[in-house]
Write a protein of this length. Sequence first.
Length: 260
Amino acid sequence: MNFCKNGVRSRLIVSVLTLALFWVGEAGAHYPWIEMENYAPAAQSTPQFHIGWGHTFPSENFLDADDLKDIFILSATGVKIAVSPVSATGFSSREGLADGTCLVAGQRKASFYTKTVDGGKRQSKKGLDNVVKCSWSIMGMKGIVNVGAGKGAVDLVVGHPLEIIPLANPDRLKVGDTLPVRVLFKERPYRGEIIAVYYRVTEKKETPAASFTTDADGQGSFRIASPGIWLLKVQHEVPFNRPEECDVESYVATLTFAVR
């Protein structure tokens, strides 16, 4: 089975990893990602995708269009291509994509989430009792799509507050190769931990996630351990500027791509 041609919806035999196994501090925290139907579509096709949502990758849960903003496709030459909803949770490019590498990008609308001893509330902590922690969540997601021959730049910056930038095209890599990335936080190099998870459609087997740290220039790399659909995730928190209203600004960035 060719997972790039048959799409990530194939889940008959899927190895699923949860970040909770490897990132204990963030167990149970939801995050979004780009989930393509096809990571290697033919030229002039209009690829479709969903925005996955949860804390397990991949997921059967998706964000609605009303939860999202600034969704577009960026060509290898830096041209923005508009997308449109095709269902309650599905999106597609409005025009056929030319041969080349593209980035699918979007953001979830920022929102409050307050954890209390009695459960979670989608609001600030004002007026709530027994507050454990309040977060103002700002989340961005990107996916790499290689259309046709998939040539062109892949290291373009889309401008998310926290952003993972691949410095090589994963479609050109093989198992055992290293993928370098750069992370920016508000346009400056970010030094911190990145978590990588993947699944394979050919084995019913859990595999360990990679964890690596970027340096002072925001750069880091990890070894491609397997073919499959990969997800990179980074999270960063800073104090909220009105502590009486909320505790932290929580930034999340994800990047999805295929390795054949």
